[in-house]
Design a protein around this ligand. Structure first.
Ligand code: HEM
Length: 151
């Protein structure tokens, strides 16, 4: 259980912290650069970050369901906050899969073609979904820590 919860929390920290950095540090820092510099920089940064997000989106449910089925007695006897976490986690993972396979893929193709307006539009969609997932991620962590602490 200790190993599973540690891997689980590390995966959450890397994913949510990376989104925080992208939104609140890289985005304002990159503003003002020409599209031909800014957009390829974003595809390079996102491709490296998404490598780690893939590991996180596999590790979070794997470790979460391992704890549920091996330690907590299965789905029937879960504290309500774990059900909420599971629901929010699934929404976050689906939003990430959408980002990866739709706007991010189209943004990369647009950058290769040098189609900056299209790449910029796709980056805008990614930005909104990252803000959505960042909000859910911070809420999930707050809920998980409070609920397990005051249980
Ligand atoms: C399918 C998705 C998920 C499942 C099945 C799941 C399941 C679990 C379970 C069973 C625990 C242990 C609860 C306990 O010890 O009482 C846990 C802890 C935790 N989870 Fe999740 N989780 C999921 C997604 C997430 C996501 C997306 C985040 C954050 C972004 C998250 C953050 C945490 C944190 C921070 C803890 C530690 C709470 C503590 O011990 O203080 N989980 N999760």
């Amino acid at each position: 259980m200790a190993i599973a919860v540690t891997l689980h929390v590390l995966a959450a920290v890397i994913w949510v912290g990376g989104m925080f950095f992208a939104y609140f540090a890289l985005r304002p820092a990159a503003q003002g650069f020409e599209p031909a510099v800014r957009l390829p920089l974003w595809t390079r940064a996102l491709s490296r970050f998404f490598f780690w997000v893939w590991i996180a989106v596999l590790l979070l449910p794997a470790s979460g369901y391992w704890m549920i089925f091996r330690v907590m007695g299965g789905m029937g006897s879960l504290p309500p906050y774990v059900n909420v976490m599971q629901g929010l986690g699934i929404v976050m993972i689906l939003a990430y899969l959408h980002v990866f396979f739709a706007p991010y893929r189209r943004m990369r193709q647009a950058v290769v073609r040098g189609d900056w307006p299209e790449a910029g539009r796709r980056l805008g969609q990614i930005r909104r979904l990252i803000l959505f997932n960042l909000t859910l991620g911070l809420a999930t962590i707050t809920l998980a820590v409070w609920a397990s602490h005051y249980r």
